[in-house]
Design a protein around this ligand. Structure first.
Ligand SMILES: NC(=O)c1ccc[n+]([C@@H]2O[C@H](COP(=O)([O-])OP(=O)(O)OC[C@H]3O[C@@H](n4cnc5c(N)ncnc54)[C@H](O)[C@@H]3O)[C@@H](O)[C@H]2O)c1
Ligand SMILES: O=C(O)C[C@H](O)C(=O)O
Length: 335
């Protein structure tokens, strides 16, 4: 028996190209000179799926671009600073990755970043709506739970909104869950599969430990500890960095994984699945992260809620009011 994905690959091979050889993606990174932006750009520069990398920041971007452009991979790198160059950097790109904005310091919540970062996301989405209206937006900037509604409202006003193309990047929650579960269960984290659903802050982060593959069974106290650690992992890093910012390297890894998955989907590769915080009717919350099949138009299919046990249903109940409040705050900012 030939599986559907294999059948597609065979058909494409017969037509003279493979699913991964259509590497013609133009990617813009906004916030490219920052703690996340620099290593994220490095990882994208290393990928054969990226043919052009456009780097934008309010400072230092030409230097980062000059540095990266000396790497011997087959992609062009350009970088410009300052709002007067933003539209040029975004024009016609396929994917815009946004790690622009301030990070947390110890004692702050992600929501405390709203006042500074909301305007940054609004302005970047406004520029994208003008010069790359078909691009997929991957928003890393916190608070993600409010930033995605902000970008959505901006694009709606501009008449360019496509819910299949606006993503809040929650991939770091998956990456962390795999690392912590791998460590706890004594298995290779790369072999661990787990959906982390909901949003990207505290109680809105819902690791579905009952769905872990390969199946592992943890006692109740371990499930509690793992759940809280995954929910509070960002704060763990903020505390450890002691005022020098939040996760940057693991976020760059996660951001690159998500951006490259988007490109693989856009290229027509089959069965590319990632969890991401998107417009959703899966729960009462207008935006919610669930596993998504990525394809030529962004979201190909929302795979919906995984089966939840009673413990996970309680986590979901706790997450919804917080998500409602975060979403409303983002929407109200643009209205
Ligand atoms: N989604 C996640 O899982 C996740 C993980 C880690 C961090 N974050 C968030 O990512 C953001 C960036 O974190 P960081 O550690 O890279 O911060 P950073 O301060 O090191 O870098 C941010 C960069 O954004 C730039 N910037 C500021 N205003 C801009 C604008 N208007 N246009 C373009 N660039 C602009 C700054 O000049 C800076 O270079 C923060 O909001 C942080 O909370 C999200
Ligand atoms: O915790 C933060 O402020 C950054 C990010 O959202 C994270 O999860 O590491």
């Amino acid at each position: 028996m030939i599986f559907p994905a294999a059948r597609v690959a065979l058909r494409q091979a017969a037509r003279g190209f493979s699913t991964t050889s259509q590497n013609n993606a133009k990617v813009a990174v906004c916030g490219a000179a920052g703690g996340i932006g620099q290593p994220l750009s490095l990882l994208l520069k290393q990928s054969p799926l990226v043919t052009e990398l456009r780097l934008y920041d309010i400072v230092h971007t030409p230097g980062v671009a000059a540095d990266l452009s000396h790497i011997d991979t087959n992609s062009k790198v350009v970088g410009k600073s300052g709002p007067e160059n933003l539209e040029e950097m975004l024009a016609g790109v396929d994917v815009v990755v946004i790690p622009a904005g301030v990070p947390r310091k110890p004692g702050m919540t992600r929501d405390d970043l709203f006042n500074t970062n909301a305007g940054i996301v609004r302005d970047l989405a406004t520029a994208a709506s003008k010069v790359c209206p078909k691009a997929c937006l991957a928003i890393i900037t916190n608070p993600v739970n409010s930033a995605v509604p902000i970008a959505t409202e901006v694009l709606k006003k501009a008449g360019t909104y496509d819910p299949k193309r606006v993503f809040g990047v929650s991939t770091l929650d998956i990456v962390r869950a795999r690392a912590f579960i791998g460590e706890a269960a004594g298995v290779d984290p790369q072999k661990v599969e787990i959906p982390v659903i909901g949003g990207h802050s505290g109680v809105t982060i819902i690791p579905v430990l009952s769905a872990v593959k390969p199946s592992v069974s943890f006692p109740k106290d371990k499930i509690d500890a793992l759940t809280v650690r995954i929910q509070e992992a960002g704060t763990e890093v903020v505390k450890a960095k002691a005022g020098a910012g939040s996760a940057t390297l693991s976020m760059a890894y996660a951001g690159a994984r998500f951006a490259l998955s988007l490109i693989r989907g856009l290229n027509g590769e089959q069965n590319v699945v990632e969890c991401s915080y998107v417009r959703s009717d899966v729960t009462e919350a207008k935006y919610f992260s669930t596993p998504l099949v990525l394809g030529r138009n962004g979201i190909e299919k929302n795979l919906g809620l995984p089966k939840l046990n009673d413990y996970e249903k309680k986590l979901l109940e706790k997450a919804i009011p917080e998500l409602h409040a975060n979403i409303k705050k983002g929407e109200d900012f643009v209205k």
